[in-house]
Design a protein around this ligand. Structure first.
Ligand code: MN
Length: 288
């Protein structure tokens, strides 16, 4: 099991210097995986990243949310752009030795103002089947992140994601749960884990306000029990955003209107300990 840290805890720019900062920060605060935000896979400096990772080895994953011009729920031109972007993202992750591309891979990461149409859903399924088949040739798993109603209109619960993933029907496409979104949309913090256990491939841990773990309303004790009951052993990545680090293109997209931290290392070290303490506690349940 890898415990990871999202790159935006450390930097907004993933050039050589930014990546070095993210990798060294992630490793020095106790994590063993760095999740790289890959909103622009075509603009990503693969050569620089390869050099940084050769110098500072760490397991990586990548995440993204699609932009309006690459919306898989959009018109055929947008869908084609989205498919091309995802194929490129798969290649970047694979070239960096990563095994997971996750996030809002099925729609724009934005507030929609109407329900999704049957036709748009069908087109997005077809596009993701192609992306998944390509990902399979590169040894990658795709995690479709379940986000809240203000960030997609396709599905907002694990159950909804499972229905969509069944339509895609590819073994390397699974559910990516995030406690921040679960806390908004799900009935509790355990049912979605148990229901999606066979398809759960990736997990984000974030507080209800996306700040320090344990200072919001997310029921983490129940959540980690759920992971233990489900036998989950995939990546668990800490996610938190502040304009102290993230640039306006990110903070506006994610509606970060107030900052809950300005010390990346303190935040990250705290979250790493918080996650590992709970994992350690639930490991002992089998002896009860
Ligand atoms: Mn997330």
């Amino acid at each position: 099991m890898h415990i990871g840290c999202h790159g935006l805890v450390w930097t907004s720019s993933f050039d050589r210097d930014g990546l070095e900062k993210a990798v060294t920060g992630t490793v020095s605060t106790g994590y063993d995986l760095l999740e790289i935000p890959l909103f622009d896979p075509f603009g990503f400096d693969l050569e620089a990243a390869t050099a940084v990772l050769a110098e500072h080895p760490v397991t990586i994953s990548a995440s993204l949310g699609l932009s309006a011009d690459a919306d898989l729920l959009g018109d055929p031109e947008q869908v084609a752009a989205g498919r091309a972007k995802l194929v490129k993202a798969v290649d970047v992750v694979a070239d960096l030795g990563g095994a997971y591309l996750v996030g809002v891979l099925y729609s724009q990461l934005a507030k929609y103002t109407a329900p999704v149409s049957t036709e748009a859903r069908r087109r997005s399924v077809a596009a993701l089947q192609e992306v998944a088949d390509h990902a399979s040739t590169r040894g990658l798993t795709l995690g479709l992140e379940v986000v809240n109603r203000y960030e997609t209109n396709l599905f907002t619960t694990a159950r909804g994601a499972l229905a969509y993933i069944a339509e895609i029907d590819r073994p390397n496409v699974g559910v990516h749960l995030d406690t921040y979104h679960m806390n908004i949309e799900e009935p509790d913090m355990i049912q979605p884990i148990l229901e999606s256990a066979d398809k759960l491939v990736y997990v984000h841990v974030g507080e209800s306000h996306r700040g320090y773990l344990g200072t919001g309303t997310v029921d983490f004790d129940t959540f980690f029990k759920g992971l233990a009951f489900a036998g989950y052993d995939g990546p668990i990545t800490f996610e938190s955003f502040s304009s102290a680090v993230a640039d306006p293109s990110i903070t506006r997209m994610l509606a970060v209107w107030r900052d809950l931290w300005d010390d990346s290392a303190d935040l990250a070290a705290h979250a790493n300990g918080y996650i590992r303490n709970r994992l350690h506690a639930v490991e002992t349940i089998r002896a009860h």
